[in-house]
Design a protein around this ligand. Structure first.
Ligand code: COA
Ligand code: MG
Length: 299
C-alpha cells in the first residue's frame, strides 16, 4: 500500500489545486508532482470557503491513494477560518498542512495546538502531521529562523513573493531584485534549521522559459523546490531542482581527482585550474547523492 506516512524523498514540485474546483482535483489524481496542495486560502474566494473545505475533505482519501504527498493549505488564524479548516483536513490521508502568512513562532504555535488535539481525536500518532509555514510578510522575514525552528513538525517553509511584495508595498519587477534579500533569508534560515526551503509560484504559467530561469535562481539561493500553479509547470520545476548532467559529470571528475590526490598523499588538488579541497568534494558527493534519490513510487 502506498502511504503518505513517510517523508517524501524530495519536494521539488508542489502543485496548488484550488479547493473549490472538483474538476481540477479530479485532474490532479492523474498528475505526478512531488506533492499536491489542495488550497483553501488565496485561490478560493471568500464566498466559497466553506464549500471548498468540504470538497477538499471529500477528496483527501482519493488523493492519498495516488501515493503522492498531500499537503493542503489552510487559511491563517487571522481569518477566523483556521480551526474549521484544520478540523476538515487533519487525518491519516495527509503528510501535513501548509498555512499562509505565519508571522512568528506563536502564529505557528496556534496551528500546532489544534493539530495536536485533532491528531489525538483521530487516533493518529502525535507529531505525524507535518507543518509547512508560509513566510511571506516583512515580519516573517525578520522572524524566519524562529519560524523554521518553531516545531519539530516543520519539515519545510514556503516563501511567497506576491504577499511579501504586497506587504512591503513594492512592485514585482522583471529582474526580481526585490526578492533577492527575502529569498536569501529564507534559504539560509531553512538550512540553519534543517528544513527545506520552497519557492514562490511562477505566475506567468505559459512562460516555461521564465519558470526555468526563476527556479534555477531559487535553487541558487538554497531552495529545494517550488510551488506550481499549473500542471505544465511540474516538469520544468522537477528538472530545475535536479542536478544537470554537466554538473554531475563535473562532480564525478572532482571526486576522482581528489581520490587520486589522496592516494598520492596530498589533500588539496586542482581540476581545470580550480582548487579542489574537502568542502568542494563534499559538495560534489552531495550532488551525486541528490541525483541518486528518487521520487519513484513509495511502497
Ligand atoms: N491543478 C489541476 N488541474 C489544473 C490546474 C491545477 N492547478 N490548473 C489547470 N488545470 C487543468 C485545467 O482544469 C484544464 O483541464 P481540462 O483540460 O480538463 O479542462 C487543464 O489543466 C489545462 O488548463 P488551462 O486551460 O491551460 O488553464 P486554465 O485557464 O484552466 O487555468 C489557472 C489557469 C491559473 C486559473 C489555473 O491553473 C489555476 O487555478 N491554478 C491554481 C491557482 C492557485 O492555486 N493559486 C493559489 C496559489 S498562488
Ligand atoms: Mg500567500
Amino acid at each position: 500500500m502506498v502511504s503518505n506516512r513517510d517523508e517524501p524523498a524530495m519536494l521539488r514540485s508542489l502543485l496548488f489545486v484550488p479547493g473549490n474546483r472538483p474538476d481540477m482535483l479530479e485532474k490532479a489524481l492523474g498528475l505526478a508532482p512531488d506533492a499536491l496542495v489542495p488550497d483553501l486560502e488565496d485561490s478560493v474566494p471568500p464566498a466559497e470557503k466553506a464549500k471548498a473545505r468540504d470538497i477538499v475533505a471529500s477528496f483527501l482519501p482519493r488523493l492519498a491513494q495516488v501515493g503522492i504527498a498531500v499537503i493542503p493549505r489552510a487559511n491563517p488564524a487571522s481569518t477566523g477560518l483556521l480551526e474549521d479548516d484544520l478540523a476538515a483536513l487533519v487525518g491519516p490521508d495527509i503528510l501535513g498542512i501548509t498555512v499562509g502568512k505565519i508571522g512568528d513562532a506563536s502564529d505557528l504555535g496556534r496551528v500546532e495546538v489544534h493539530v495536536e488535539r485533532l491528531e489525538a481525536e483521530a487516533g493518529i500518532e502525535k507529531g505525524r502531521v507535518r507543518l509547512v509555514p508560509w513566510i511571506e510578510t516583512a515580519r516573517a522575514i525578520v522572524n524566519a529562523y524562529e519560524i523554521c525552528s518553531a516545531s519539530p513538525r516543520v519539515v519545510a517553509v514556503a516563501f511567497g513573493a506576491e504577499d511579501f511584495t504586497n506587504d512591503m508595498e513594492i512592485e514585482r519587477t522583471e529582474d526580481a531584485l526585490e526578492i533577492v534579500y527575502p529569498r536569501q533569508v529564507v534559504g539560509v534560515a531553512a538550512r540553519a534549521a534543517g528544513v527545506l526551503a520552497l519557492d514562490t509560484p511562477w505566475v506567468a504559467f505559459r512562460d516555461s522559459d521564465g519558470l526555468r530561469r526563476d527556479a534555477r535562481a531559487a535553487r541558487g539561493f538554497g531552495f529545494r523546490g517550488k510551488f506550481a500553479i499549473h500542471p505544465s509547470q511540474i516538469g520544468p520545476i522537477n528538472e530545475a531542482f535536479a542536478p544537470t548532467e554537466a554538473e554531475l559529470e563535473y562532480a564525478r571528475r572532482v571526486i576522482s581527482a581528489f581520490e587520486e590526490a589522496e592516494e598520492s598523499g596530498s589533500g588539496a588538488t586542482s581540476l581545470d585550474g580550480k582548487m579542489i579541497d574537502i568542502p568542494v568534494v563534499r559538495r560534489a558527493r552531495g550532488l551525486l547523492e541528490l541525483a541518486s534519490r528518487s521520487v519513484a513510487p513509495r511502497e
